[in-house]
Design a binder for this molecule. Structure first.
Ligand SMILES: Nc1ncnc2c1ncn2[C@@H]1O[C@H](COP(=O)(O)OP(=O)(O)OP(=O)(O)O)[C@@H](O)[C@H]1O
Ligand SMILES: [Mg+2]
Length: 345
């Protein structure tokens, strides 16, 4: 393309709790928010990473585009979960053409998928070539085709055209890189906590080296625990986790213990991967997703890991319409992945 890339894009992030949509313009020069929306999914549409009610997903997707007045013809979709895997490997030095023949072999050796019987989609990015050792670092990506269809089919049914399907962790990586910037010489951990997923991306020298989508760690777990262990209503639990109501004073310790368990799970997952796979300590941890509103999450992770923790709001870096500024200052971190998907153009 001669004139500096595409101008606008729409990202649709399908989460267990809600759909998020973001439309950006001027993405190649100075990303600017055009429109955005969040729409809760009815309960049990997505359970344990499976779409149980595709029809309701279709209706919710149609609804969010209408309510947020998005008229763009095509959207970029994101996927996450256990049927999507990413791994950094080191392999023999070769050019793209040669590697196209080798990628399936490397994927079979590195991913626990049933390549014989299941249709697996593959992709890769060459991260760097080492001519002296005759090796290269490659980021391998594999996803079960049937799993991608679970997302693509209900969206297509909504008469929404899909421009691309990206991996949520990469959307998160891209939006941070293109807005805040990722320094070449730092080790940064991105931890995106949603309703039912913890996405972790360990970035060393600007490249993702470990990516994990961990199911059953998120706000849903603490909401359920609060209802079960503290006998409070679902509504009350949701408000506390959104940071809208302070925990009841007579129960402060108990309530913070409940969400303390989730924070501990997050820090344990980070520490375990640092110790086993990287053997190094990250310079900082960047949080995003609806989990950032859990009371004191930033401070507690900081105390546990003894490293700086930041909450990432992409709209601190993106030009936004005046009337949206106040709301986005609060809910921006929830829209991180949708914004990253929109950057795809
Ligand atoms: N508009 C909002 N204002 C405040 N908090 C919100 C808002 N929307 C969502 N949340 C909080 O975010 C949580 C869900 O996080 P998020 O939207 O990142 O999850 P998701 O993407 O739907 O799920 P998944 O984990 O499957 O990706 C909710 O449980 C709630 O606590
Ligand atoms: Mg999500």
């Amino acid at each position: 393309m001669f004139f500096g890339g595409k101008k606008s894009g729409v990202g649709l992030d399908i989460g267990t709790n809600s759909l998020k949509v973001v439309e950006l313009s001027n993405i190649s020069k100075k990303p600017t928010l055009v429109r955005y929306g969040i729409k809760e999914l009815p309960p049990d549409v997505i359970v344990d990473n499976h779409i149980m009610d595709p029809l309701l997903l279709t209706e919710t997707a149609q609804g969010i585009l209408v309510e947020s007045s998005i008229t763009a013809k095509k959207i970029n979709l994101g996927i996450q979960g256990k049927y999507v895997m990413v791994k950094k490997i080191t392999t023999d030095l070769m050019n793209d053409n040669e590697y196209n023949h080798q990628v399936r072999f490397d994927a079979q050796n590195n991913f626990p998928f049933d390549f014989e019987d299941i249709d697996i989609m593959l992709d890769y990015h060459i991260l760097g070539k080492n001519k002296q050792d005759k090796t290269m670092d490659v980021l391998l990506i594999a996803a079960q085709a049937g799993f991608i269809d679970q997302y693509v089919d209900p969206i297509s049914e909504a008469n929404i055209k899909i421009n691309s399907v990206d991996i949520n962790i990469f959307a998160l990586h891209n939006i941070y890189e293109k807005t805040a910037g990722i320094p070449e010489d730092e080790f940064i951990i991105f931890a995106h906590t949603g309703a039912d997923f913890l996405l972790l991306n360990f970035v060393v020298d600007g490249h993702p080296v470990i990516c994990r989508d961990i199911n059953a760690i998120g706000t849903y777990q603490i909401i359920n625990d609060m209802i079960r262990k503290l006998g409070i209503s679902e509504d009350e639990a949701k408000k506390i986790i959104k940071g809208e109501t302070p925990p009841p004073p007579d129960q402060t310790v108990t309530v913070s213990q409940v969400y303390g368990e989730l924070i501990e799970e997050i820090t344990n997952n980070i520490s375990k991967l640092e110790d086993t796979a990287i053997r190094n300590k990250a310079d900082k941890i960047i949080l995003s997703g609806g989990g950032v509103f859990i009371p004191r999450i930033k401070e507690v992770i900081e105390e546990n890991l003894k490293r700086p923790v930041e909450i990432f709001n992409p709209f601190d870096y993106i030009q936004v319409p005046e009337e949206d500024r106040e709301n986005l200052q609060k809910i921006g971190p929830v829209l991180t992945i949708a914004a990253g998907l929109a950057l795809r153009g």
